[in-house]
Design a protein around this ligand. Structure first.
Ligand SMILES: Nc1ncnc2c1ncn2[C@@H]1O[C@H](COP(=O)(O)OP(=O)(O)OP(=O)(O)O)[C@@H](O)[C@H]1O
Ligand SMILES: [Mg+2]
Length: 284
């Protein structure tokens, strides 16, 4: 296979069968360095299987997967990756400090205590270093999981539903962390069901359905015009079939008709509408 070290992640024709069940049916996905990509799809679509294959936790049936040009699952490919699993479970007796130390050793990070406290601070757990996992709430454990994924400064971060246990403040915090990572040039693949969140942070989304990519693109490119909302002294109404370019003529016409205009807003379909259309008929 020809892989390019210029790509942070390259997935070509990836097939994964678990016995008779086919989870991925020839998936192609490419992430350029520094890109923040949302991987969307219904339950059972194959999102976690894809991410686990990139980590080397699941063995592919066929196809090619490489991380910065290195075959996925190899030691060198893994050393570039940070991973937060969807079903994160850390040993109950372990303190936050111990868990991060362990992962520093596994990742070969020499960040020592400074890295550990900076990461706990970054995920909003500044006072948790001596807390044991069993003493933490689920959301705190997920925050710890994010800190764990960031140990050693990975170049490719794979986050499988990183905000599933978080409150609104925690979700906002993760968005801020992602913005910082993007500024640092880290590549991120984000699995999520929270479409509004994905729309806010991702450069691009890939939607998969029953193991196949059905749609991909930047959220604003996928969104289509949905008409224009007009607010005048005669009330508020939505005029369908009219795009942004038609707005000046529309205003001229309304004024000529004697309407007093308070607002004209072009409407776009949301990522949720794009998603629902892409996965329509899904039965998984
Ligand atoms: N270890 C396994 N053994 C057998 N089948 C599996 C295994 N893991 C996943 N599957 C199957 O593979 C398919 C894809 O599962 P996967 O967990 O990748 O979906 P997902 O998109 O992450 O879903 P969710 O949104 O629910 O997390 C499903 O049909 C699932 O039942
Ligand atoms: Mg999953």
């Amino acid at each position: 296979m020809v892989t390019s070290p210029q790509n942070a992640l390259e997935v070509r024709g990836l097939v994964k069968r678990y016995g008779r069940r086919t989870a991925l049916r020839g998936v192609d996905v490419t992430l350029s360095p520094g890109e923040l990509v949302g991987l969307l799809g219904p339950n059972g679509a194959g999102k976690s299987t894809l991410v686990k294959t990139v980590c080397g936790l699941v063995r592919k049936t066929s196809g090619d997967v490489s991380v910065f040009g290195l075959p996925a699952g190899t030691r060198r490919a893994r050393s570039a990756i940070g991973y937060l699993a969807e079903t994160f479970r850390y040993p109950a007796w372990c303190t936050a400090e111990e868990l991060l130390s362990l992962h520093q050793r596994l990742a070969g990070s020499d960040g020592a205590a400074g890295e550990r406290s900076a990461l706990l601070e970054r995920v909003g757990l500044p006072d948790a270093s001596r807390l044991r996992v069993e003493e933490m709430s689920k959301g705190m454990q997920q925050r710890l999981g994010l800190a764990q994924a960031l140990v050693g400064g990975p170049r490719l971060l794979l986050l499988d539903e990183p905000t599933s246990a978080l409150d609104p403040v925690g979700r906002r915090l993760v968005r801020d962390v992602l913005a910082d990572l993007r500024a640092d040039g880290v590549t991120v693949l984000l699995n999520s069901h929270l479409l509004s969140e994905v729309e806010l942070v991702c450069d691009r989304v890939v939607i998969i359905r029953t193991g196949e990519v059905v749609t991909e693109g930047a959220p604003h490119d996928l969104a289509r015009p949905r008409g224009v909302r007009v607010e005048t002294d005669r009330g508020t109404r939505v005029l369908e079939g009219i795009g942004r370019d038609d707005v000046p003529d529309l205003i001229t016409r309304l004024v000529a008709d004697g309407e007093r205009i308070y607002g004209v807003t072009p409407l776009q379909s949301t990522l949720e509408e794009v998603y629902l259309e892409a996965v329509a008929g899904d039965t998984s």
